[in-house]
Design a binder for this molecule. Sequence first.
Ligand SMILES: Cc1cc2nc3c(=O)[nH]c(=O)nc-3n(C[C@H](O)[C@H](O)[C@H](O)COP(=O)(O)O)c2cc1C
Length: 183
Amino acid sequence: MEFDEVVRGRRSIRTFSTAEVSDELVEALIDCALRAPSSMNGQPWRFIVVRSAETKGRLAETKDKYCPPGKREYPAGFLRGAPVVVITCIERAKAFDRGIESGVLATGHLLLAAASRGLTGVYMSAYKTGAPEVADEIRTILGVPAEIDPITIVPIGYPGDVAGPKTVMSAAEVVFHEAFGRK
Ligand SMILES: Cc1cc2nc3c(=O)[nH]c(=O)nc-3n(C[C@H](O)[C@H](O)[C@H](O)COP(=O)(O)O)c2cc1C
């Protein structure tokens, strides 16, 4: 698929078909993720690949437990239906104070790599600013050591549904020239 076609076609679909996602395919996605830019080229990533139904259920419970009322449009239970869930973590010592950015960029690569192969992935945060108990609970579920920060949780699978329409802002609305506000 052409790159632009991948970008335009990528969507977060929260219903998955029963088709399996092989280990080789997951490795190919992660191979794209670990080529993302990172602060000082620290490449601080660690990826945990989860297929266990029990672990998926515990991750969903934790996400829902800490989800504020204003953000409950998408309960996390859908991740139980994903054949595979990839958690992107960061080794703080290699992150040069930019662990979140590096983790998020790697996750962006992962999502686009998935889309280019006909898969859907859904971005979910694995930490909450000001609430370290969220990352701590995820650390406990996954056996992640204290010096490693979980950043994102991405359920991945073949779509079991078709995405609804998405309205995207036009460049004319958001692009300025030379100074903010100048069209
Ligand atoms: C920082 C961030 C946090 C998100 N958190 C969640 C989440 O907790 N649960 C969820 O189902 N989707 C989550 N999403 C996915 C967005 O809902 C989704 O990307 C958005 O609705 C646009 O839809 P699209 O990905 O199909 O273009 C998150 C996305 C981002 C970038």
